[in-house]
Design a protein around this ligand. Structure first.
Ligand code: SAH
Length: 250
């Protein structure tokens, strides 16, 4: 399987049709054809998109549209979000060149995603939270943020280069990795556990979960890892419920 075929480019809430068209073209240039839009602007000028796609118009007919980012990446293992900003929840950012082997290795056996934000506001913190990795493209402090289609090009170019490098050896053995749907189930169960055991107050939960998401994304999260972590949370919630029952029976 050509891993480039397993890579999905996800555009969150794109505003300008010209960018969507240009992105169809850069993706085809780099051999990546799975494009998904999340809640695109309702007045997107598809004719304008067609013009800029030039010879890649077919991609416009094939693109998938989702309501939420979670749905767009539900079947993806590695989900690499891009951000012009660093710091706060966006530290531990990788260079496109550093992340390329992580994405490509996963894409040999699974679906993987590159996520790009709105032209004006980028990705919101809750969208960054859905990503397993963050990519930052180094740029001049004179003007940090790149045009959306240029950012897509740089990330896809690194993947194309690596996939076509004769010294790239794809991983042979495949331990199934947890996809977006399983990861979200894991985080929901852990959130509930942390509240029910009073490990953390409701107001601090979002912050705590962002930290946990980072921890669980630091290495490869296999389906078996996720099952163990789900099991721990399930049992802990059961014990917490029993304790609560004993407390109220007294
Ligand atoms: N003002 C926004 C910039 C949005 S640019 C912000 O501060 O985030 C639109 C999108 O292009 C971004 O969401 C990101 O996906 C991509 N992008 C632009 N510049 C980038 C950079 N230097 N590194 C990584 N992605 C970048």
């Amino acid at each position: 399987m050509n891993p480039l075929e397993n890579i999905r480019v996800v555009l969150v809430d794109p505003k300008y049709a010209g960018n969507v068209g240009s992105i169809c073209r850069v993706m085809m240039n780099m051999g990546i054809t799975d494009l998904a839009l999340v809640a695109p602007h309702k007045d997107l000028d598809w004719e304008e998109a067609r013009k800029l796609a030039y010879s890649a118009e077919d991609m416009l007919g094939q693109l998938k549209i989702f309501k939420t980012l979670e749905e767009a990446v539900a079947d993806c293992t590695v989900v690499a979000g891009t951000s012009a900003r660093t710091g706060f929840y966006r530290d531990h950012a990788y260079l496109p060149r550093e992340i390329a082997p992580v994405v490509l290795d996963s894409a040999v056996h699974h679906k993987a995603a590159l996520v790009f934000g709105r032209e004006d506001k980028g990705l919101f913190n809750e969208e960054i939270a859905v990503c397993t990795h963050i990519i930052n493209i180094p740029s001049s402090e004179l003007y940090r943020s790149l045009n959306l289609s240029h950012a897509v090009m740089i990330c896809c170019y690194e993947l194309f280069l690596l996939a076509n490098n004769p010294s790239y050896v794809p991983p042979a053995e495949c331990s199934p990795e947890a996809d977006g749907k399983m990861r979200e189930r894991l985080y929901e169960t852990w959130s509930a556990m942390m509240l029910e055991t009073e490990f953390c107050e409701k107001e601090k939960l979002d912050h705590m979960m962002l930290g946990l998401r980072r921890i669980f994304s630091r290495g490869k999260l296999t389906v078996n890892d996720a099952r163990i972590l789900l099991g721990v949370a399930k049992q802990t919630r059961w014990v917490a419920a029993e304790l609560e029952r004993l407390r109220t029976e007294k």
